[in-house]
Design a protein around this ligand. Structure first.
Ligand code: SF4
Ligand code: MG
Length: 327
């Protein structure tokens, strides 16, 4: 709720603070138990930072994070350790997150040792179990990360996240580094695991195409802000924000007869250290209005469809402007 993360920019002779990057700037959302919330945006939009904030891998500058009604931002280290059994992360680059000198067995056991769970026998049993859950076998337990393919390594990363029997998994671009042919396999595996263990997912991606079939709801971020969030079907069928519309127009459609016009996003992504005034997207928006350059649009939710854009502010002739957008 109202989550912010501002990183100081230091410079000059004495390393004084000369500015700040508003990596996450007043972001609010909820995730229902058992659902998948996709969070999408270009690199530097603050989606990974948001994921890290939720686990308190980094501290928020402001805002609150509730997990099952417990305030994570104010937890003592002991309480935080307990919650970290329930919330696990899967990272983009499994190779970087798996210690190359440890065998798969040692890698998977580690979270249990950290949390003081089970005897050595229990742990080894669970390692074998989880390897099978992710489509590997106990035969792989003695091998090392370099002996696996990228897809297999991500399976190991997923098994590691499952070891503490978490309730929530925050997956930060878990398939972005994989070949397209492998991506679907890993996505399907994650879906199956979600059903089997009743997991809740926050699924971070830079591409709307990737999260479409795994997400119940999808949020879109731009320069540290959440600019739209809706149920997946609603978002893909009826996007409201000009940025979302442009992103969606770039997602390939399977049927070539379904003609789709690509809406180009003008200009470069501005620096998060120096975001535009008013609506952060105004420098690239093809339907920018005068108010957009000075006033930051408030988010408005209608039937669970949230959007932060002046086109949808009260009193705006959204219908008229929408027609213009579709042309
Ligand atoms: Fe475009 Fe204005 Fe909406 Fe921003 S607020 S997306 S500039 S129309
Ligand atoms: Mg990232």
């Amino acid at each position: 709720n109202g989550l912010k993360k501002y990183f100081p920019i230091t410079g000059g002779l004495f390393g004084r603070k000369v500015g700040e990057v508003k990596a996450v700037d007043d972001v609010s959302f909820y995730v229902r138990k058992g659902e998948t919330l996709g969070i999408v945006g270009e690199s530097g939009c603050g989606k990974s930072t948001t994921g890290r904030l939720l686990m308190r891998l980094i501290e928020a500058s402001d805002g609150s994070i509730l997990f099952e009604d417990k305030e994570i931002t104010r937890m003592s280290p002991t309480e935080l350790r307990k919650v970290r059994r329930d919330i696990q992360m899967v990272f983009q680059d499994p190779y970087a997150s798996l210690n190359p000198r440890h065998s798969v067995e040692e890698i998977l056991e580690e979270p249990l040792i950290v949390h003081g769970i089970g005897s050595k026998d229990d742990r080894r049993k669970l390692v074998k179990e989880m390897l099978e859950v992710v489509g590997l076998s106990s035969f792989h337990a003695r091998r090392y990360p370099h002996q696996f393919s990228g897809g297999q390594r991500q399976r190991i990363g997923i098994a590691k996240a499952l070891m503490t029997k978490p309730k929530l998994i925050i997956a930060d671009e878990p398939v972005s580094a994989l070949d397209v042919s492998i991506q679907a396999q890993v996505l399907n595996l994650m879906k199956d695991i979600q059903k089997e263990f009743g997991l809740t997912y926050i699924f971070i991606a830079h591409d709307l195409g990737v999260v479409r079939h795994i997400s119940d709801r999808v949020g879109v971020m731009y320069l540290g802000r959440l600019i739209e969030l809706a149920g997946s079907e609603e978002l893909y069928e009826n996007p409201k924000h000009p940025y979302t519309k442009a992103l969606l127009s770039a997602v390939p459609v399977p049927d070539p007869d379904l003609k789709k016009e690509t809406i180009l996003i003008e200009g470069e992504l501005p620096s998060p250290a120096n975001p535009p005034s008013g609506c952060a997207f105004h420098t690239r928006c093809s339907v920018c209005m005068e108010i957009c350059t000075t006033v930051r649009p408030e988010g408005i939710a209608n039937d669970g469809h949230y959007v932060a854009c002046h086109l949808y502010s009260e009193g705006n002739a959204a219908g008229v402007i929408n027609t213009k957008l579709e042309n």
